[in-house]
Design a protein around this ligand. Structure first.
Ligand SMILES: [Zn+2]
Length: 197
């Protein structure tokens, strides 16, 4: 490489998800050849975001303030608490549904092999919150993976211990889907979770 800085840039770009050596190389050459202004803006925004975005003290989602606007907002129903694995899952629910309750973000899922236990997921804070008597329903929206299901099981136990009703998102047949093309696991899950009409 003609420039050590260029090598280092390519190497740094590989921290992005889905970016391998070849893509990183293409990105680095692209910005230097065609968009130095955009690259400067990206660098500034990355630096600002990494420096100034922390986690909400109440729900643990990304926030620039100690308590996020959603937790502090008077319009949200504090009796409904939805637990998600990541801030991006929270965003997906916000964008797709008319949910008006509040959230708790685990920032992970139960995964002992990766060193993620109840403490890392903030479950002590969640228990304390359930014990405050405000939350009436805990909506468990962890992913339908093995680890997500194990996490959901633990969350349901916490809710039961606090005398709070727990519910789990329904999983199954996608809208517009046809049964014959759906994988067996999904179909079995949907069949097991059928609802009375
Ligand atoms: Zn919050």
């Amino acid at each position: 490489m003609s420039s050590p800085l260029l090598s280092e840039l390519i190497d740094a770009l590989r921290c992005l998800p889905g970016v391998g050596a070849k893509t990183a190389q293409r990105m680095a050459f692209h910005v230097l050849e065609r968009d130095r202004i955009g690259a400067k803006r990206l660098a500034d925004q990355l630096a600002a975001a990494v420096e100034r975005i922390g986690n909400c003290a109440r729900c643990r989602t990304f926030s620039e303030t100690a308590v996020c606007s959603l937790c502090a907002g008077p319009s949200r129903d504090q009796s409904l608490l939805c637990v998600v694995e990541t801030p991006v899952d929270q965003l997906a629910i916000e964008q797709a549904t008319g949910y008006r309750g509040v959230y708790f973000v685990l920032l992970g899922r139960l995964s002992p092999l990766d060193g993620l236990g109840p403490k890392e997921l903030g479950l002590d804070a969640l228990s304390q919150r359930l014990g405050e008597g405000v939350v009436q329903e805990l909506i468990i929206a962890t992913n339908p993976t093995v680890e997500g299901e194990a996490t959901a099981h633990m969350l349901a136990q916490l809710a039961r211990a606090a005398g709070v009703r727990a519910s789990r998102l329904a999983h199954g047949v996608p809208l517009g889907g046809e049964l014959e093309y759906i994988d067996r696991g999904t179909l079995a899950h949907a069949f097991g979770g059928r609802q009375v009409l």
